[in-house]
Every structure is written in structure tokens, then in C-alpha cells.
Design a protein around this ligand. Structure first.
Ligand SMILES: CC(C)(COP(=O)(O)OP(=O)(O)OC[C@H]1O[C@@H](n2cnc3c(N)ncnc32)[C@H](O)[C@@H]1OP(=O)(O)O)[C@@H](O)C(=O)NCCC(=O)NCCS
Length: 161
């Protein structure tokens, strides 16, 4: 595990050279991490994006999302365990929402484990609302998923609606 690095946070699109760093963060962040190949596939999909937060040259977080018509669907966001509670997740969410506004998306959608307090706190901070519960959604342990959405108001450039 790497140490927290001081310095400015820079967010850029991932490429194949970043796959090991993405996979490492994923392995340390999720109960059932995706296979590395899933990230390879995501990088090849036209509608998929993986953007990285770097600090001091190291990858400290990533966000994976899909651009589908006028919606942005968040698949995963993760901060390296050594860098948590330092604003990385918030910076990635701000980046995601700014990008959604720039492409005049109407809605940002996601599913989150009902018991994931850190993620639900992050999403709530950005104005996401709970709209539904999917019972026993997660195949590994049967945990419920909460569906959350953020309505965007592209004409004002601010989250709202
Ligand atoms: C969720 C996650 C991405 C947050 O990343 P982070 O870089 O630690 O988040 P930040 O430091 O930017 O925190 C932003 C806000 O998120 C919320 N938050 C973050 N961690 C939290 C925690 N442990 N408990 C409650 N709220 C939390 C808070 O509202 C926080 O704002 P604050 O610091 O002003 O209180 C991180 O905990 C993580 O990688 N978790 C494992 C992967 C995961 O579950 N991803 C989400 C499902 S895809």
C-alpha cells in the first residue's frame, strides 16, 4: 500500500498503462472486486469512461461511468484506502457532474449497497436522492441496492431539478 502524497489533485482519462493501478484500488475497495479484464473491456467501450485522480504522480482514485443518451450512469468510484477522507471522492464526483452538465445530460444515476455509508454520504453530499430499493440486488451476499439519482438543470449549469 502506498502512502498519501501531498500535492494537487489532477483528473485525467485512464489508458491501458493505468490498469494495474485501477485494479489495485479496486481490489482494496470492494467486497467482490471486478476482474481486471472488466476494466480492459470498459476502456474499449465507446460509451464507457474511466477517469483517474492522480496526486504526486500516483493514482489515488478512479471513477467509472457510462454515457447513455441523456443520462450518465455511475458504475464505480473508489479512492485508494490510504487516501480516503482527503477529498478525492468528492473531486471525482465534481468532475463527473461537471462533465454531465457540459454534455447536457439530464440525469446521473447509480446503485449503491444499502450499507455503504461512505458512498451514500458522498452521493447525498452532491444532492443525489434515493428513489428505489432493489431487494437482494448483490449476488455475493444478497445485500439490497439503493437506486439514487441526481437531476441536472443544464440551462443553469447547476445541479437541481
Ligand atoms: C466512497 C469513497 C469513494 C469516498 O471517497 P473519499 O475520497 O474518502 O471521499 P472524500 O474524502 O472526498 O469525502 C467526500 C464526502 O463523502 C462522505 N464520506 C466519505 N467517507 C465517508 C465515511 N467513511 N462515512 C460517511 N461519509 C463519508 C462525506 O460526506 C464526505 O464529505 P466530508 O469529508 O465533508 O464529510 C471511498 O470511501 C471508497 O473508495 N470506498 C470503497 C469503494 C466504494 O464503496 N465505492 C462506492 C460504490 S461504487
Amino acid at each position: 500500500m502506498r502512502a498519501v502524497h501531498p500535492g494537487a489533485l489532477v483528473i485525467t482519462a485512464a489508458t491501458e498503462v493505468d490498469l494495474d493501478a485501477i485494479d489495485e484500488i479496486s481490489q482494496h475497495s470492494f467486497k467482490t472486486p471486478w476482474p481486471r479484464q472488466t476494466f480492459v473491456d470498459e476502456l474499449a467501450r465507446d460509451h464507457a469512461r474511466i477517469d483517474l485522480a492522480r496526486r504526486g504522480g500516483d493514482v489515488v482514485g478512479y471513477v467509472n461511468y457510462w454515457l447513455v443518451t441523456d443520462e450518465v450512469h455511475l458504475l464505480a468510484i473508489a479512492t485508494h484506502p490510504d487516501a480516503r477522507r482527503g477529498g478525492v471522492g468528492a473531486a471525482l464526483m465534481r468532475h463527473l457532474i461537471d462533465g454531465a452538465l457540459a454534455r447536457r445530460a439530464r440525469l446521473v444515476t447509480l446503485e449503491v449497497r444499502a450499507g455503504n455509508e461512505a458512498a451514500r454520504g458522498l452521493y447525498a453530499r452532491f444532492g443525489f436522492a434515493d428513489i428505489a430499493t432493489r431487494r437482494s440486488y448483490y449476488g455475493d451476499d444478497g445485500e439490497d441496492a439503493v437506486v439514487m439519482t441526481l437531476a441536472l438543470a443544464p440551462t443553469t449549469g447547476e445541479p437541481g431539478g
